[in-house]
Design a protein around this ligand. Structure first.
Ligand code: AMP
Ligand code: MG
Length: 417
């Protein structure tokens, strides 16, 4: 387990910007050390533990990029078409014999270039004459339609770096190198609780004053997309001692403890007192909307994050606090979220000094531009506002308004986890 110091999340100021929060997490949270060797088909989404240098060039040998006829560049017709006798056949997967000068070799995509050839005419550009010769046009460049050994990746090049969250194309690259296993950081073990007497687990009898716990399932799904191994520990009641006991009981066996609800400063919010009785805790008041204070703690060396209970605040603070924490713990290179410019189809007023996230749907306007349409209501408790939209528009701290037609930055939900 990672062992973080008790003051890991300490912070001086009254308010914290999103960038400060991410900066503290990225610079102070240490990655777990244990790794495992995984077969390629299990590696997607996992964090690579070491650099991979290309053990061979890609492509490994010089080959034809098209189906056609291979010739020697010094025989290329210059001013008018010329006919070549066709000698030999080079299918993919076999080494063809060396070519005869002045002749063409029938060649197929991916076949190694026969010795003595270096240029390929596409079959669409030639014809076969009555004598069975291939008639090739003038003007082809020497080396055309050939993929040179190493032109994609030279041997020895660091093609995949430690900390990379492996994507399907990264796994493909490892396969192209002939590797069968990849050394990755082990999965993080994350314990997830919901807190609140008003919550009933789906499937149970719900009293008239209760709602079904939904955040826990959202957070678990988000953590799984980040390749975590999740312990679903159900619902904690609003009472300090049992809450403290439950959190203490899971600290040693997990890399991260995550709760939702109960972190405001009301008298029914017991998470703060509960964590303080067994570890350390600071409330991060982040300049972000939607978002409420996020509780950041350390329990026996294990980081603790207490997210707000309102579903939208929970989602947004997950993205800005839990995601970077998970990435830092798993040794992943912190990848900044890159908003894509879209056109606002709405007007909006906001507070200066605070970063705000607006839930939007995208549509193509008549002129082809992508437009963002704001979800009509703003409450942080509206689950429908996350379900019925495509992503979040990120409005920076510096601006105070958005006018229809402004360029604004859009983050799709898929890009956020
Ligand atoms: P809290 O952060 O505990 O003050 O909760 C704020 C609001 O979020 C309250 O209306 C709660 O009922 C709601 N809430 C808290 N936890 C959950 C949860 N796990 N699922 C759905 N709603 C929740
Ligand atoms: Mg509560």
């Amino acid at each position: 387990m990672a062992q973080l110091s008790d003051d890991c999340f300490a912070f001086g100021g009254p308010m914290m910007s999103v960038d400060e929060a991410v900066g503290i997490i990225t610079s102070r949270v240490e990655a777990v050390k244990e790794t495992e060797n995984l077969a390629l088909d299990e590696a997607d989404g996992r964090v690579l533990a070491g650099d991979i240098a290309a053990p061979l060039p890609l492509p490994p040998f010089t080959n034809s990029a098209v189906d056609g006829f291979a010739v020697n560049a010094s025989d290329l017709p210059r001013d008018r078409a010329d006919a070549f006798p066709v000698t030999g056949r080079a299918p993919a997967g076999a080494m063809a014999p060396a070519a005869t000068r002045g002749h063409a070799v029938r060649i197929f995509t991916g076949a190694p270039m026969p010795e003595g050839t270096d240029t390929v005419f596409m079959q669409e550009d030639v014809r076969i004459d009555d004598a069975g010769r291939v008639v090739c046009p003038a003007g082809l460049k020497p080396g055309a339609n050939v993929r040179r050994a190493g032109e994609d990746i030279p041997k020895g090049h660091i093609a995949l770096k430690a900390g990379q969250r492996l994507r399907p194309q990264d796994v493909a690259l490892a396969a192209a190198f002939g590797l069968t296993k990849l050394k990755v950081v082990r999965r993080l073990r994350v314990a997830v609780f919901s807190t609140g007497d008003e919550l009933a687990p789906p499937g149970s009898a719900r009293t008239a004053a209760q709602l079904f716990d939904s955040n826990r399932f959202m957070l678990i799904a988000m953590l799984k997309r980040l390749s975590c191994e999740v312990s679903d520990l159900g619902i904690l009641r609003d009472a300090r001692a049992p809450l403290a006991d439950a959190l203490k009981g899971v600290a040693a066996s997990h890399d991260l403890i995550l709760t939702t609800g109960g972190v405001s400063t009301g008298e029914e919010d017991h998470v703060k007192a509960g964590v303080e009785s067994i570890g350390t805790l600071v409330l991060w008041r982040m300049a972000i909307k939607p978002g409420r204070p996020v509780a950041m703690g350390i329990i026996g060396g294990t980081p603790f994050v207490g997210l707000p209970g309102n579903p939208v605040a929970s989602f947004v603070t997950f993205v800005h606090v839990v995601r970077p924490t998970v990435l830092a713990l798993s040794g992943a290179v912190a990848t900044p979220l890159i908003p894509m410019p879209v056109r606002a189809a709405f007007g909006y007023k906001k507070k200066s000094g605070r970063r705000e996230y607006v839930r939007v749907t995208l549509r193509s306007a008549r002129d082809g531009a992508l437009e963002a349409i704001k979800f009509p209501r703003e409450g942080a408790g509206l689950l429908s506002s996350l379900v019925d939209t495509d992503g979040l528009v990120e409005l920076p701290e510096t601006i105070t308004r958005v006018d229809p037609g402004d360029s604004i930055g859009f983050l799709s939900y898929a890009s956020l986890i």
